[in-house]
Write a protein that binds this ligand. Structure first.
Ligand code: DX5
Ligand code: ZN
Length: 213
């Protein structure tokens, strides 16, 4: 199980120190939540944030675009140093085209669905993407409660395509990560379960040991 730490709940005034703590914490990826105030009712940051983060960590930057027109911003986000670009199936634009644009720019492509979107809608794109991101909460805010029903989507996808990389995002904590792991999830995004906790290393270890239960 890989852990991708969401910086959404970080103290942005001291982001460098936060990333340094994440680098030492024993996690695997850094998850960057990009929100535009249209696709979701919250606003975060743009490509310049990725550019500033890039030299601060060796970990892959796992960029989650919660924006209405992802195609407009693929190039600036890849140029800034994103490794994975995940966009939403529900956003505007032809998903197959968005995936090939991401690949053409040299990044890995992920596709995501909100909790209410049926998993079957992803089927036409599974062979094209490097990763599927299943939302465990309505996108927009950290610290929400994980919707266990969304694990059914993971089971369906793993049965259909066992080698497909599956990431889950929203509400992951030490109390539910074992069930999430059993469903077949490969990467867990964790925000409030790590960032904002007194000790990031201890928080990552707690998640890892709980995942093995
Ligand atoms: C929600 C974001 C998630 C979330 C993770 O819109 O995509 O990455 O903030 O934070 P927690 O783990 O606190 O739900
Ligand atoms: Zn996210």
């Amino acid at each position: 199980m890989r852990i991708s730490v969401s910086i959404l709940g970080a103290d942005f005034a001291r982001l460098g120190e936060e990333v340094e703590q994440i680098n030492q914490a024993g996690s695997d990826w850094i998850h960057v939540d990009v929100m535009d105030g249209h696709f979701v009712p919250n606003i975060t940051f743009g490509p310049n944030m990725v550019k500033s983060l890039r030299p601060m960590t060796k970990q892959p930057l796992d960029v989650h675009l919660m924006i209405t027109e992802p195609q407009r911003f693929l190039q600036p986000f890849v140029k800034a140093g994103s490794d994975y670009i995940t966009f939403h199936l529900e956003a505007e634009g032809n998903p197959a085209q968005t995936i090939s644009m991401i690949h053409g720019l040299g990044a890995k492509a992920g596709i995501s669905v909100r909790p209410g979107t049926p998993v079957e809608e992803l089927f036409p794109f599974l062979q094209m993407v490097d990763m599927v991101l299943i939302m465990g909460v309505e996108p927009g805010f950290g610290g929400q409660k994980f919707n266990m029903d969304t694990l059914q989507k993971v089971r369906v996808l793993k049965q259909k395509l066992p080698e497909l990389l599956i990431e889950i995002d929203g509400g992951v904590n030490a109390g539910n990560i074992a069930e999430i792991a059993h469903a077949g999830v490969d990467i867990c995004v964790a925000g409030s379960a790590i960032v904002g906790q007194p000790n990031y290393t201890a928080a990552v270890s707690a998640l890892r040991s709980a995942a093995q239960q």
